[in-house]
Design a protein around this ligand. Structure first.
Ligand code: SF4
Length: 317
């Protein structure tokens, strides 16, 4: 069995707001991204998905726990120690327009990771850019155009071309299709899946559209207030959700197949502030099953023999 590409153990990313207040954006996450898999992270806005994605690429510095990437401990590594991670992992952002310099031709933006890593000379980088633009369905001639000359879907293809420049093993896609029309979304998703089949890329796919997540993921992790509360193979998570939070999230998704409709579990109230998380199980103020133990004792994430992990006292009674 090969070791995971990225592996976080009890990872924490806390942000100090002032002398007394700390935001626990990621609060003790253990997760591994395996070769050639698509692992999706879902949960309400502000649950810590994006911070976890950035932390797994060491774009955020962990304040606790450990992070291993491609076999190396990079928890506290400096830029020199992060060289392998920077070369083998990249990110696709939600808003490609914001991540591209409007004054720079897109060819230069796509070539930037090659330039930063000192890969090739000017001619070979130009050839690589032409190849990448072609692979994402654009013309090599587009290299000379500026971002404002492209549609949203084309800009996301340029963002993907840049993310692929160094032929990564891992791509973190943070809401990469959320801002796109449904038909454009389908084209980008097909492109991502084709690239996985061709190059064996592993994706950490951060999304809130559960229908998309079900379609493309091998496993799904559900986050709530900086923690993973359920993680399972996709069919298990959608077919047999165990955590009350997951059940509430899924019941909000329209299901065309009447055999899969379950009693709707309404999600009550707003998520609590990560500045002041509730005692015990962080979901207890919104959970219809909460009891005294839930209010006092934090459940741990327990994995069963099928690989289905849940952090809930009721599931493990
Ligand atoms: Fe609900 Fe208790 Fe389970 Fe938390 S531990 S999800 S409050 S039943």
């Amino acid at each position: 069995m090969t070791s995971p590409l990225l592996c976080a153990t009890d990872l924490q990313v806390h942000f100090r707001v002032d002398r007394r207040a700390v935001v626990r954006a990621v609060d003790g996450v253990t997760i591994a991204l395996e070769t050639r898999e698509t692992l999706s992270l879902v949960g309400e806005s502000g649950c810590g998905k994006s911070t976890l994605g950035r932390a797994l690429l060491r774009l955020e510095v962990p304040t606790g726990g450990t992070l291993r990437a491609f076999g190396e401990d990079v928890t506290t590594a400096g830029e020199r120690g992060l060289r392998t991670l920077r070369r083998k992992a990249s990110m696709v952002f939600q808003d490609p327009a914001a991540s591209l310099n409007p004054r720079v031709e897109v060819g230069a933006s796509v070539a930037e990771p090659l330039f930063v890593q000192g890969v090739g000379d000017r001619a070979s980088r130009r050839a690589r850019v032409a190849e990448l633009l072609g692979r994402v369905g654009l013309s090599p001639d587009d290299a000379g155009r500026r971002p404002h000359q492209f549609s949203g879907g084309q800009l996301q293809r340029i963002g993907i071309a840049r993310a692929l420049a160094l032929d990564p093993d891992v791509v973190v896609a943070d809401e990469a299709v959320s801002a796109l029309d449904v038909s454009v979304q389908a084209g980008i998703l097909n492109l991502l899946m084709d690239l996985q089949a061709e190059r064996g890329i592993a994706y950490l796919f951060i999304a809130h559209d559960l229908k998309v997540v079900e379609l493309i993921s091998h496993r799904v992790a559900v986050m709530y207030l900086g923690r993973i509360v359920e993680l399972a193979p996709t069919a298990q998570l959608f077919g047999e959700p165990r955590h009350p939070y997951t059940r509430a999230l899924l019941s909000a998704v329209p299901v065309p197949d009447p055999r899969r409709r379950t009693a709707r579990a309404q999600l009550q109230g707003e998520p609590p502030s990560p500045l002041d998380p509730p005692s015990g199980c962080p979901f207890h103020p919104r959970c219809p099953l909460a009891d005294a133990r839930c209010r006092a004792e934090r459940p741990t994430l327990i994995t069963d023999a099928t690989g289905h992990a849940t952090a809930c006292h009721r599931v493990h009674e």
